[in-house]
Write a protein that binds this ligand. Structure first.
Ligand SMILES: [Zn+2]
Length: 280
């Protein structure tokens, strides 16, 4: 073979290899491989590109937006039992939710992992959750479970556990948010329940989240206007509002959020979730 032909062939194969290794930079493309289902309030079921099932703040009993019901009309946890991991932002009952019954259900996965701040982890341990399932961490830290990378970040909120029966609240550590990175690089920033705070700008420049899940209900968290500024701070490509309406009838609405985003001229795709309807 002539030298020139050999060089051309070599160049051709190198180009193919480079194309194959090129990082998929288009957030919309890689986002399509992630399936997200809203469970009402701040609860989500996320299926990663490799099929790992991630629950965040799974609250069923008492959550009037929880989509899965048994034949008797009771909340049905069955669709959540395929979870590989549960991430809990803080100890309030609408977030800790049904983590304990899910983790103790014989049909749940044997190697289920529960990721939460240290104090909440000790509470779950005392409540009889299998120690092998508990992954304690703290704000600023990162853990990797299967092929999902989870970073715990700040939220400006409180985190008492309870109330249950006559007991008063138990200390649950700090409230938190999570930045979740899928194996294809797609990053979700679930802020947890929070007020607006300036450090979100740092999360933007350091982590570059593609999708933000942000509370808009007001009273216990940001309302639509503050949430729109939070989106300005983070500038994700997609935003999903959460923690509005529902059991507590929280006043902020997706329509107000949409107009607050429009006033800021944000080039972000707003995805208004319907409970139980998967978003791709
Ligand atoms: Zn809440």
């Amino acid at each position: 073979m002539r030298m020139k032909t050999k060089i051309i062939i070599r160049f051709y194969w190198m180009a193919i290899l480079l194309l194959a290794l090129a990082p998929v930079s288009n957030a919309a493309e890689i986002g399509k491989k992630v399936q997200i289902t809203w469970l009402g309030q701040s609860g989500f079921k996320i299926v990663s590109p490799s099929g790992k099932v991630i629950l965040i703040d799974p609250w069923a009993k008492g959550n009037n937006l929880y989509p899965y019901k048994s034949s008797t009309g009771e909340p049905d946890l069955t669709p959540l039992l395929d979870a590989d991991m549960i991430l809990i932002t803080h100890g309030h009952f609408d977030h800790l939710g049904d983590t304990i019954p899910i983790s103790k259900d014989p049909a749940s996965k044997k190697d289920l992992k529960i990721v939460t701040i240290f104090e909440l982890m000790t509470y779950l341990w005392e409540e009889g959750v299998d120690q092998n399932k508990l992954i304690p961490m703290n704000i600023g830290g990162t853990v990797k479970i299967e092929d999902v990378q989870i970073t715990m970040v700040r939220a400006v909120h409180s985190s008492g556990i309870g109330p249950f029966a006559s007991k008063s609240l138990t200390y649950g550590g700090e409230a938190a948010g999570f930045i979740i990175e899928m194996n294809n690089g797609f990053k979700i920033y679930h802020t947890g329940d929070t007020a607006l705070f300036g450090e979100m700008k740092t999360y933007s420049t350091f982590y570059h989240p593609n999708l933000m899940m942000v509370p808009i209900g007001g009273i216990f968290t940001m309302g639509p206007k503050e949430a729109a500024l939070a989106v300005d701070f983070v500038h994700p490509q997609f935003v999903i509002p959460m923690h509005y309406g529902g059991t507590f009838n929280l006043p902020g609405t997706p329509a107000e959020f949409k107009s607050a985003l429009a006033k800021r001229g944000k080039a972000v795709k707003l995805i208004v979730p319907s409970p139980g309807k998967p978003i791709n």
